[in-house]
Design a protein around this ligand. Structure first.
Ligand code: CA
Length: 216
């Protein structure tokens, strides 16, 4: 899952980026509205965290322009007490909002929810054969026994499971699992897929030669 965070407060931005990366997300930061809009339009993010008060282009304008071409899920960060802001945000096409200062656990939960809804998956639990994936608790079981995954293995599994039945290309996986600054080794994806198959069953993730991967 790849996220864009548009936030001009350096401490908040770096704290968010660090926490989200630790949870396995690929995260691109932007510190002003113009850079944020440019990235939001040119990359298919799984969700965007968007501050309202931003230099160069504010969050409202960024959202309005983004919605002319893209429906990427957006979580707005609004000022305390600004109920007019929240109404405006939801009316302008934001998927959810959070009032500053917020609890990190709540931000994570709201992000997971808008990512699920973006993939037309309203329920947080996915059952695929003998494997159950809990997208909220970030846990996986196989025949009711817990399976331990790394954060990256989990987001790879999550992405494929939310696109179940579709062939997901390697290019799409690289775009959704790694951020703009990550030096990715060309075989890193194969390593994660190998480990997931070892843990979940060899046939759990199918390879479509020349195309990509698929969970049926
Ligand atoms: Ca701000």
């Amino acid at each position: 899952m790849r996220l864009l965070i548009v936030e001009d407060e350096p401490d908040l931005l770096s704290g968010l980026v660090r926490a989200l990366r630790k949870a396995g997300y690929a995260v691109d930061p932007a510190t002003d509205g113009e850079d944020g809009l440019h990235k939001a339009v040119n990359t298919d993010y799984d969700a965007i965290v968007l501050d309202v008060m931003l230099p160069r282009l504010d969050g409202w304008e960024l959202l309005a322009r983004l919605r002319q071409s893209k429906s990427t899920p957006v979580l707005m960060l609004t000022a305390r007490g600004g109920s007019a802001d929240r109404v405006r945000g939801l009316d302008s096409g934001a998927d959810d909002y959070l009032v500053k200062p917020f609890d990190l656990a709540e931000l994570f939960a709201r992000l997971r929810a808008i990512i699920r809804r973006g993939a037309q998956q309203s329920h947080p639990t996915l059952n695929i054969g003998e494997v159950t994936i809990d997208l909220a608790a970030r846990t996986v079981t196989r025949t009711d026994l817990p399976v331990v995954l790394t954060a990256r293995e989990f987001v790879l599994l999550e992405y494929l499971a939310l696109h179940r039945g579709e062939v997901v290309t390697r290019t799409a996986l690289y775009e959704h699992l790694f951020d703009e600054n990550e030096a990715t080794l060309s075989n890193i994806l194969d390593v994660h897929v190998f480990n997931l198959r070892r843990k979940l069953g060899q046939d759990f993730i199918l390879t479509r030669r020349g195309h990509g991967y698929c969970i049926e």
